[in-house]
Design a protein around this ligand. Structure first.
Ligand code: 3PY
Length: 255
């Protein structure tokens, strides 16, 4: 089963997750055992190539947590590789137009809804209980999650049209800030960026869809949970490691 999809459909709570930017199945397992509801395998900005993605996805799925892959760009082959590796969903960065989103959904769905090629013997291994080849084919269009990032002015301008086309619209606040002319500086968000974020949440809710957002820590994640966001990233492996060591060091040094 797709555990993130189950949370979305059966549980009335935000799904909290973590970003995996560093390669290695051991890191995947640590993150998946942390209690997170999903792990984002970041092939856009993380140090994760195709082979590392194929290690991370099954390590996460084996622990009953949903692996979602952020693909590096919008090429249909990227969508296919990610879903064939067994991802429970894909997140596409920097989309701009309704056309971008339609092409992405076409790449993510088997015919007749889309144009995804069928042939991976790997994907079905990452679901429990494991579906047969045929069951995977029959269930994939319904169960796999399509997510797009709203982080450009152009996507913001048509977010009400985009929301009905996918399962989740996911805000990348840093890119969105940059692209609307209000970059986040030292964690400070301009009111116009806050307004854009409100508009995106409203578009998702109006369309009966889920809204996600990238956060840099637990406190910020809690604030967005209280605002009604459905899918929230709490931290990344990279920042957690550095912050934990810096904290321990300052205690050790009596600072
Ligand atoms: C953003 O904030 O732009 C992101 O996509 C987070 O990685």
């Amino acid at each position: 089963a797709n555990s993130l999809k189950q949370i979305f459909t059966q549980e009335n709570r935000p799904a909290m997750g973590v970003w995996q930017m560093l390669p290695g199945a051991n890191i995947s397992r640590i993150l998946a055992r942390s209690g997170a509801d999903w792990v984002m395998v970041d092939c856009e900005h993380g140090n994760i190539d195709d082979a590392a993605m194929h290690e991370a996805v099954p390590a996460i799925a084996a622990l009953g947590v949903s692996p979602i892959v952020r693909i590096p760009d919008l090429q249909p082959s990227m969508v296919k590789r990610a879903l064939d590796s067994g991802a429970h969903g894909i997140l596409a960065p920097l989309i701009r137009t309704v056309e971008d989103v339609k092409n992405l959904v076409t790449a993510a769905k088997f015919p007749p809804e889309g144009k995804r090629g069928f042939g991976s013997p790997i994907a079905m291994q990452n679901f429990n209980p494991m579906p047969t080849f045929t069951e995977y084919l029959q269930q994939a269009n319904e169960s796999l999650l399509t997510m797009v990032q709203i982080e450009t002015q152009e996507a913001l301008d048509c977010v009400e049209e985009i929301a009905p086309l996918v399962d989740v619209i996911f805000i990348g606040p840093f890119d969105l800030g940059n692209n609307i002319g209000h970059p986040i500086i030292e964690g400070k968000m301009d009111p116009e960026l806050d307004e854009a974020i409100e508009r995106i949440l409203k578009a998702a809710v109006t369309a009966g869809k889920k809204c996600g957002i990238f956060c840099t820590g637990g406190e910020q994640a809690k604030q967005y949970a209280d605002k009604g966001f459905h899918m929230i990233s709490v931290a990344t492996d990279y920042t957690l490691l550095g912050a934990a060591m810096a904290d321990s060091l300052s205690i050790a040094r009596g600072q």
